[in-house]
Design a protein around this ligand. Structure first.
Ligand SMILES: O=CC(=O)O
Length: 320
């Protein structure tokens, strides 16, 4: 009998889709501890997880019947993939559907930082608005500015599409160069990383978190940015050296930053909270009703397909 541990309070639709299986749900809005996952999942053949569940080697080796870990997220840095491979446990994710909602949040952050939306809104709510003033909250325009996309996968491409609509010029850096035809479709030219950092007015990060991308944006690279540059991160917090970014923002070496992700979520350094030139969001890149619903359906279908010996729509690792 297949048995699924769902680590988060999934909507009732999950129960309908999983009705044929034995299931255990965490119904509380809190992250399960390692011991709880091991205890609740002891006979589980599948785990349905989210990005806040750290599925480490201990968990993977403590669940003897496990066949599949289905992460309801695009990123999978929360899962020890090596350990899963050693035990021949499939790991699946939901990258397709998240692109548009995440790209929307990247653009929302660009506008919020460049046009100082939250500063201006707080000013008004504080009763300080005394009428139109020539110099009131002048920000920076995006039109004709250069957007540097780092990581030209599904999300990066959606950001490029949107930015073109704002009249931006798009350049990109990616581990794998996209085909020339695609560069044409997305009106994006390839730049080596350091050149992109020196050239772009707005930089948006869309890489997965891996050992190679940890602190990809470090102190030295932040030094390359233009004085009016804006950095947007909707990928994973540790891609940016947060301490180095705080220094750059404090010293006003760049114009600002828009962050949906942080190095040690949910911890946000006080110093970051205190700055005016940064917009902070609580990791809501994929948080639309439509996207979360489809992510859940996709994640469940991935489990069902692994159970049936079929190829899931998206996987990080699938045993032969
Ligand atoms: O951060 C969200 C995701 O990886 O889906």
């Amino acid at each position: 009998m297949e048995k699924i541990l769902v680590t988060f309070p999934a909507p009732s639709m999950a129960k309908i889709l999983l009705k044929e299986y034995e299931t255990v749900y965490n119904e509380e809005e809190r992250v399960l501890s390692k011991d709880e996952i091991i205890e609740l999942g002891k006979d589980a053949t599948a785990l349905l997880t989210t990005l806040v569940d750290k599925i480490d080697r201990d968990i993977i080796y403590s669940l003897p019947k496990l066949k599949v870990i289905s992460n309801c997220a695009a990123g999978y840095d929360n899962i020890d993939i090596e350990a899963a491979k050693e035990r021949r446990i499939a790991v699946t994710n939901t990258p397709g559907i998240v692109s548009k909602a995440t790209a929307d949040i990247a653009i929302a952050l660009m506008l919020a930082v460049s046009r100082r939306i939250f500063e201006a809104s707080s000013f008004l709510r504080a009763g300080k608005f005394e009428g139109w003033r020539f110099n009131l909250f002048q920000g920076l325009g995006l039109h004709r500015k250069i957007l540097g996309i780092i990581g030209m996968g599904n999300i990066g491409k959606e950001v490029a599409r949107r930015a073109i609509g704002f009249g931006m010029r798009v350049i990109y850096y990616s581990r794998h160069r996209i085909p020339e035809a695609d560069e044409h479709v997305f009106s994006a030219s390839y730049y080596p990383l350091e050149d992109l950092l020196r050239t772009a007015d707005v930089i948006s990060l869309h890489v997965p978190l891996t050992p190679e991308t940890f602190h990809l944006i470090n102190k030295e690279r932040l030094m390359l940015l233009k004085p009016n540059a804006i950095l947007i991160n909707t990928s994973r917090g540790p891609v940016v050296d947060e301490e180095a970014l705080i220094e750059a923002l404090k010293e006003k070496r760049i114009y600002g930053a828009g962050l949906d992700v942080f190095e040690n979520e949910p911890y946000i350094p006080e110093e970051l909270m205190a700055l005016d030139n940064v917009v902070l969001l609580p990791h809501i890149g994929t948080a639309t009703v439509e996207t979360r619903q489809t992510m859940l359906i996709d994640a469940i279908q991935n489990i069902v397909k692994v159970f049936a010996g079929e190829k899931p729509d998206s996987f990080v690792y699938l045993p032969e």
